[in-house]
Ligand binder design. Structure first.
Ligand SMILES: NC(=O)c1ccc[n+]([C@@H]2O[C@H](COP(=O)([O-])OP(=O)(O)OC[C@H]3O[C@@H](n4cnc5c(N)ncnc54)[C@H](OP(=O)(O)O)[C@@H]3O)[C@@H](O)[C@H]2O)c1
Length: 281
């Protein structure tokens, strides 16, 4: 198994998630199967997809073709905004499983709070039902801000196992991370490389030179050291291998502090307060 792929994070519900996964946002459906097969061949065991990525079929085909024991794999998908609501969430879960050709997901997430629709609360109740019936191993949320977690605390039987949020050196969401920590929610960093932007930063480049690693390895090691689950996306086998080869990348406290200081407060993706149905099916 390549480098750091053995690393895991324990979720509060007893489920264990591989700390490094492959994200497949913007991987076209017909490319998803070979890309995921490549990753599985390199030892990746955690794949992050979503109904909205329109590539669950390719992901599922790769998982099934791999011949790997299902219990060795960790597959996440997400409820799209247009399917929020109690019954529609239950239906959407079945549809996702059908497209993947799997019996169950390891993690199912509410993709966005989409607050203007006022339906994530009903979706959460449906997610809890799926979990309680043993149809999904773990349930969580994505793009939830402190205000959403605070509201969720009042209606949830148990807090989400995971909150998957935009998180990279330029956008660290310290308030959301602190709230997750306080509630025992694992922090999963999406766009962990800032969609590539973090790799051009002069400070990251100089640390990379100093420690003899690539800029991507420096940024990903920074995430690991903070305990984040990371799901870097790449279609390149060389990058897949490098992104999971982080054991030899040693960052000093000064390096970590220097990367911490790169915060700009600027998002790449949508703002969870306003990101709505019209922007994602
Ligand atoms: N929950 C949500 O709302 C949400 C939103 C966005 C993303 N996500 C999840 O998070 C995953 C990752 O986020 P992301 O795709 O937005 O961004 P990312 O992983 O930060 O960056 C991906 C970009 O970096 C490049 N890259 C990857 N490894 C590299 C390396 N070693 N050296 C140089 N460039 C490298 C990729 O190019 P190549 O592919 O050409 O290598 C791609 O252009 C997604 O795939 C998805 O699963 C979730």
């Amino acid at each position: 198994m390549t480098g750091s792929l053995h690393r895991t994070v324990a979720l509060h519900d007893g489920v264990t998630i591989p700390q490094i996964g492959l994200g497949v946002f913007q991987v076209p459906s017909h490319e998803a199967q070979p890309v995921v097969e490549q990753a599985l061949g390199l030892g990746y065991r955690h794949i992050d997809t979503a109904a909205a990525y329109v590539n669950e079929q390719g992901v599922g085909a790769a998982v099934r073709a791999s011949g790997l024991p299902r219990e060795d794999l960790f597959v996440t998908s997400k409820l799209r905004n247009g399917d929020q609501g109690y019954d529609s969430t239950l239906r959407a879960y079945d549809d996702t499983l059908g497209r993947l050709g799997l019996d169950a997901l390891d993690l199912y997430l509410i993709h966005w709070p989409n607050p203007s629709a006022g339906r994530w609360q009903d979706s959460w109740r449906a997610m809890e039902r799926l979990r309680d019936e043993g149809r999904v191993r773990a349930v969580g949320v994505s793009n939830f801000l402190v205000e959403h977690l605070t509201e969720l605390r009042d209606i949830a039987d148990a807090m989400p196992a995971v909150n998957q949020i935009e998180l990279h050196p330029a956008f660290q969401q310290a308030d959301v991370v602190a709230a997750c920590r306080a509630h025992g929610i694992a922090v999963e960093a999406y766009s962990p490389l800032g969609q590539g932007a973090a790799l051009d930063d002069a400070r990251v480049l100089s640390i990379a030179q100093e420690v003899g690693a690539s800029p991507a390895q420096v940024v990903l090691r920074w995430h690991l050291d903070k305990g984040h689950v990371v799901i870097p996306k790449t279609v390149s086998p060389e990058r897949m291998r490098a992104n999971a080869d982080l054991e030899g990348v040693a960052l000093s406290p000064e390096h970590v502090a220097a990367i911490d200081a790169l915060e700009t407060g600027t998002r790449i993706g949508g703002d969870p307060r306003t990101f709505s149905l019209s922007q994602i099916r």
